[in-house]
Design a binder for this molecule. Structure first.
Ligand code: PAF
Length: 280
């Protein structure tokens, strides 16, 4: 596996691969790699000639400095995992390589309501940062195929919108969320959970699967109300939102059952966890 740290070196490698008509699959990450990331790399390797993975903890997408400061950095074990995976190129840039002019200077893209509800409301500015860094990475890596995890459902929709607004010739492949045997969605943030937090963290997936398993039996309001009661009377867990929404517009579905996904965000022991399950 080639490890590239400089933007100019990445560009020259990509130019040469493109000249050879190699199909490039790209997996952008912020490191702290787990089986979910590796499954994206495996999928990219099945469908492309070359797999590029990036590790860059992007400061512009953290709306709270404390969250950025606490984000797990595990670069040497990440590299070990990638060497064992079918990743061909790891792009590991410094802040200056990504943002030579600083990260506040970029013009913002108008992403409409998709960027202002749910995560947009609770993490103002978050998607501006995601779009900023993903735009920069896509223009450098020039992939044919981009691989994203479904766990960040709204992020997937936002990145698809970025690709469509900028007319990048890139297919986006959304891969299903990898879960622990317990049901907990794999996430880099899980590393920050204490052993005593795990039972509470499982409430997220339990509430989502309760809704999925009862989706035909109960109406949407009843499902949300019963699922929300699972979070009650527990000081270690703070529910931010739990909602059944349309998969495309992300607008709440009060009665509609088609094209639905249930989204959840909750804080467990001070760690913000996100998850979702497709319903129809
Ligand atoms: O999902 C992530 O890890 C990040 O938001 C991404 C897409 C790598 C952009 O920094």
């Amino acid at each position: 596996m080639l490890i590239i740290k400089k933007a100019k070196d990445l560009k020259s490698n990509i130019t040469s691969l493109r000249k050879q008509n190699k199909k490039i699959g790209f997996v952008p990450t912020m490191g702290a790699l787990h089986q979910g990331h590796i499954s994206l790399i495996d999928k990219a390797s099945e469908e492309n000639d070359i797999v590029v993975c990036s590790i860059f903890v992007n400061p512009s997408q953290f709306n709270q400095k404390e969250d950025f400061d606490k984000y797990p950095i595990t670069t040497s074990s990440d590299i070990d995992k990638l060497i064992k995976s079918p990743c061909d190129i790891l792009y590991l840039p410094s802040l200056d390589e990504i943002y030579p002019d600083g990260w506040n200077s970029e013009a913002k893209l108008d992403l409409g309501k998709l960027a202002t509800i749910w995560e947009g409301e609770f993490r103002p500015g978050h998607f501006d940062g995601v779009v900023q860094v993903v735009g920069i990475l896509l223009e450098m890596v020039l992939p044919n195929n981009l691989y994203l995890g479904q766990k960040d459902f709204q992020q997937c929709a936002i990145i698809k919108k970025l690709i469509s607004i900028n007319k990048y010739p890139i297919n986006t492949i959304i891969c299903e969320t990898k879960r622990e045997a317990s049901g907990l969605a794999m996430s880099s943030r899980n590393a920050r959970l204490k052993d005593t937090d795990i039972a509470d963290a499982l409430i997220l997936s339990k509430s989502l699967f309760f809704i999925k398993n009862n989706f035909e039996k109960l109406n949407n309001e009843e499902l949300i109300s019963q699922a929300k009661s699972m979070y009650a009377n527990n000081d270690n867990i703070k529910l931010e939102y739990l909602a059944i929404v349309d998969r495309d517009s992300l607008e709440s579905l009060t009665t509609e059952k088609n094209n639905a996904v249930v989204l959840v965000v909750a804080w467990v022991g001070g760690v913000r966890l996100i998850d979702n399950v497709l319903l129809s």
